[in-house]
Design a binder for this molecule. Structure first.
Ligand code: SAM
Ligand code: SF4
Length: 328
């Protein structure tokens, strides 16, 4: 039961603890859980450090305990497992199984795919509901230039296998000027023909300087302009809390754009982020995470969630956080 009273030490009165909800009606329902901050890629837009041996890998129980604690105060409808690269996490199946056993309706993974092929069947058995695969190009030279270590042929095999296993799949493509803006149409066609929803991501200013970001930024408008040269497009109604705005082409290809800079979704963002050391963030722009400790009382957890919620913004203007720590 939620205890709705707390004792204020300063003025010695008992105050009601209100719900974890802000003035705009925003609360937390979707969690992005970064299982570890390291990766086996070095995407040019993410600049991850790869020091697996120096990284503290937490056991699933550690994360499950945190999720259980916060699940008492917020209704969690979805958990995205991310990183770094979540398929490097040695207890991935166990954590998926444990989260599903807790009754989390949707558990999904965002992955670069390299280690996913071998794990697919077991992850499905463990209860994994869906996969977001990051794939930025359909051209081996461009993939390599962007920091990917697998070939297009590998991705095609992986995608075929995911579809064969009937695991719902989305493709995420981060568009970087000078690297892969010429891949928007091929990616759209590839995904559209296979009925895979694709989302194009604007390059987010995360832990990088203004100049680099400006030079490499490719906007939502530019993405739409490219697509409209070849297709008639119709905007779909945006679902509440969705990070992406969606369109459909006259050929029935559905695509989304996650445009944090041009079309932010801050007004109804329902995300809570948890990093691999158990700190929570109410917003991707929150520089310092709030640690959840095993000994925290119910009141402390509620207050930490409220503090995290206070960090939600109205627009996204960039952040000093590194994407691989906060999980995207
Ligand atoms: N390693 C996994 C992967 O790449 O899918 C999960 C972590 S990664 C940080 C999550 C997502 O963030 C990926 O789709 C990646 O392309 C995207 N991403 C990373 N840095 C980004 C940036 N600066 N701007 C926009 N998207 C970014
Ligand atoms: Fe690794 Fe994902 Fe970052 Fe690429 S975007 S370096 S795959 S964490």
């Amino acid at each position: 039961m939620i205890d709705n009273l707390y004792y204020s030490r300063s003025n010695q009165i008992i105050l009601p603890v209100d719900k974890i909800i802000d003035k705009l009606g925003r609360t937390f329902q979707t969690i992005r859980l970064s299982l570890l901050p390291v990766c086996n890629f070095q995407c040019i837009y993410c600049k991850v450090e790869n020091e697996y041996s120096k990284t503290k890998i937490q056991k699933p129980e550690y994360f499950i305990d945190i999720i259980k604690k916060i699940n008492k105060y917020i209704y969690i409808k979805k958990i995205h497992l991310t990183g770094g690269e979540p398929t490097l996490y040695p207890y991935l199946e166990e954590i998926v199984f444990a989260l599903k056993s807790l009754g989390i309706p949707e558990v999904s993974i965002t992955s670069n795919g390299t280690l996913l092929l071998k794990q697919l069947t077991n992850l499905k058995k463990a209860g994994l509901d869906s996969i977001n695969l990051s794939l930025d190009a359909l051209d081996n030279a461009i993939l390599k230039k962007m920091g990917t270590k697998k070939s297009l042929e590998f991705y095609q095999t992986l995608i075929d296998e995911i579809l064969k296993l009937n695991i719902p799949l989305k493709i995420n493509s981060t568009i970087i000027r000078g690297y892969n803006e010429n891949q928007i149409l091929p990616l759209l066609e590839y995904a559209g023909k296979r009925n895979i929803p694709i989302r194009f991501l604007e390059y987010m200013k995360m832990g990088i300087d203004d100049k680099t970001h400006k030079k490499r930024f490719y906007s939502c408008k530019e993405i739409l302009n490219q697509i409209q040269k070849y297709y008639k497009i119709y905007e779909l109604t945006r679902e509440k809390h969705s990070t992406a705005y969606y369109w459909i082409t006259d050929t029935n290809y559905q695509f989304g754009i996650i445009a944090n800079h041009s079309k932010p979704f801050c007004m109804d963002c329902d995300r809570l982020r948890i990093d691999s050391s158990g700190k929570i963030y109410g917003c991707i722009t929150q520089d310092i995470g709030i640690p959840i400790n095993p000994s925290d009382s119910d009141i402390q957890i509620q207050n930490k969630l409220k503090k995290a919620l206070e960090n939600k913004q109205l627009i996204f203007n960039g952040s000093n956080n590194k994407m691989h720590y906060i999980g995207g």
